[in-house]
Design a protein around this ligand. Structure first.
Ligand code: MN
Length: 290
């Protein structure tokens, strides 16, 4: 059982049959939802969990902030599951039922960039746009790959967790025992990786700064993007930088509460709040303290 699966029990397991089931409950409502970096068409895509998220949430506007379908991977190897179809279906259904759906293509679904400014089945395809929150904040919405520039490095190293890190250290130990026997000098793999991680960290911060600078230059209050698979919401010198994360690892979305408050939610939170009374807390943010 993966750690995430603990959230599927016990509420989602039928005690008699052991089958998972979906108790019918009202979806959690937001003014706006932003998701990106779903990478449909890859084995890493957590389509099943995204489906669950989309079923349990509702919004006036849904932004698909790029890299929704991974055309690069699909060209290399065809991988398309039923759940990937279901994600497409549920988005189309939402559009049909009145959710305003806006698709901003990313670099992995750049083929769709040919259709910018066109509308399909209620889905508006745009390159970028400005979203105004209920609090009147003007936010630039775009995927973000344009700001990659010359910053290129092994960004996956930024996600190397503690476990993998200690495994690497152990490996390094054995590796150097072998090197010593072979008469070779000590070589620190962890030092090497740390350097790479440091590069990845500086890649992320320069990406974030570049996006914030763009919003500032345009006289906007903030920016909402995806692309680097790192959910974030923070102030960068007076500019609100928001990254909605991804559906490969972080399983996160950016949401706007009815009152205009922006925050990050995870798949776990939506599933948990859906199984308990916890989601009443969600809109507490909108009750201004007297
Ligand atoms: Mn991207």
């Amino acid at each position: 059982m993966k750690p995430r699966d603990q959230f599927l029990t016990p509420d989602f397991i039928d005690a008699a049959t052991g089958n998972k089931f979906d108790p019918p409950r009202a979806p959690v409502r937001f003014r706006t939802i932003w998701i990106s970096d779903v990478h449909l068409g890859t084995t890493g895509c957590q389509a099943q969990r995204l489906l669950e998220f989309l079923r349990k949430t509702e919004s006036e506007t849904l932004y698909l902030v790029g890299d929704i379908i991974d055309g690069w991977q699909l060209k290399r190897r065809w991988y398309w599951q039923q759940a990937h179809n279901d994600v497409v279906q549920i988005v189309l259904k939402k559009a049909k039922k009145g959710t305003e759906v806006i698709f901003i293509p990313g670099n992995h679904d750049e083929a769709i960039r040919e259709f910018i400014d066109l509308d399909f089945g209620g889905i508006r395809v745009r390159d970028e746009l400005v979203h105004t929150t209920a609090q009147g904040k003007r936010m630039l919405v775009l995927h973000g790959d344009r700001f990659d520039g010359v910053i290129a490095c092994a960004k996956w190293l930024a996600y190397v967790g503690d476990n993998l890190y200690s495994l690497i250290l152990k490996f390094n130990q054995w590796f150097n025992v072998w090197r010593a026997r072979a008469g070779l000098p000590y070589w620190s793999l962890s030092q090497y990786l740390k350097l790479k991680v440091k590069n990845a960290v500086s890649y992320i911060s320069s990406f974030e700064n570049a996006l914030a600078a763009e919003a500032r230059q345009r006289g906007l209050d903030g920016v909402i993007c995806g692309h680097i698979h790192k959910p974030e919401i923070r102030d960068i010198d007076g500019i609100l930088y928001c990254n909605d994360g991804d559906w490969v690892e972080s399983l996160s979305a950016l949401v706007e509460e009815p009152c205009g408050e922006l925050r990050l939610v995870t798949w776990q939170e939506i599933v948990m709040s859906h199984t308990s009374a916890k989601h009443e807390k969600v809109n507490d943010l909108c009750v201004s303290p007297s």
